[in-house]
Write a protein that binds this ligand. Structure first.
Ligand code: DX5
Ligand code: ZN
Length: 229
């Protein structure tokens, strides 16, 4: 007889990666905050240009400072118009993955190709109001698909519940292609919805306010880990 755990019929759960969003950290202590999230998997870096989204966050100098302060892979989410103009600069500043919005360029296929040529993980993403079909043509060419579960631009917003089905559909499309691309979710992720997202096929969860909360990022990371284990 095998022990119960070995005869389980539930599908194998992929280990879910956690990517704290630096947007929610204390910028006066960037190095310290990066040390405190060392048990996470990636650091998520939100770049906003005030055009693609109605907010301006930070750019290349902050990414290169974060790169110097932490061994974590830098996961860069470009909320900027015509991201192809800056891909090389962000790669040189220390990005390990670069994710571009399908709404931000008429040449999404060229943009993801450029990211791969730079030797970085190529990600594509889309706003909650954009049909999933918009990213389908580039799925064979990406390493990551990010499902935005809030309208991009600000931290601390409420999770849009329809995002769960979008994760499930994308995972199915990727599986049909035989693609092992990551499915990432960003916006309003908490210990309450993390499990649901993982079960739908999410493999990377971004979280800002639910990690950099009043009880500190170590507790935030532990709570999310427990929720998906
Ligand atoms: C929103 C950003 C997110 C944001 C998430 O435009 O892309 O990464 O920081 O923040 P929370 O987890 O607070 O919703
Ligand atoms: Zn983000």
């Amino acid at each position: 007889m095998f022990p119960q755990s070995e005869v389980s019929t539930s599908p194998p759960t992929r280990r879910v990666k956690l990517a704290p969003s630096l947007l929610a950290c204390d910028f006066t202590r960037l190095g310290e905050e990066l040390t405190r999230i060392r048990d996470a998997d990636w650091a998520h870096v939100d770049v906003m240009d005030g055009l693609f989204v109605p907010n301006i966050s930070f750019g290349l100098p902050i990414l290169s400072a974060a790169r110097r302060a932490s061994p974590l892979p830098m996961d860069v989410h470009l909320m900027i118009e015509r991201p192809e103009r800056y891909l090389r600069d962000f790669a040189e500043a220390g990005a390990d993955s670069l994710t571009v919005h399908v709404e931000a360029t008429p040449h999404i296929h060229r943009a993801v190709g450029m990211i791969r040529e730079l030797g970085k993980r190529a990600g594509v993403t889309l706003n909650p109001g954009t049909p999933l079909e918009a990213v389908r043509p580039v799925l064979p060419d990406v390493d990551l698909v990010l499902v935005m579960s809030v309208n991009p631009g600000f931290g601390g917003q409420k999770f849009i519940p329809q995002s769960v089905e979008r994760v499930r559909t994308l995972r199915r499309w990727l599986d049909e292609l035989g693609s092992a691309a990551e499915v990432q979710v960003d916006g309003g992720v908490t210990a309450h919805n993390a499990r649901l997202l993982a079960d739908a096929g999410a493999t990377v969860l971004v979280a800002g306010s639910s990690i950099f909360g009043p009880d500190g990022p170590e507790a935030g990371i532990a709570r999310l880990r427990e929720a998906v284990t």
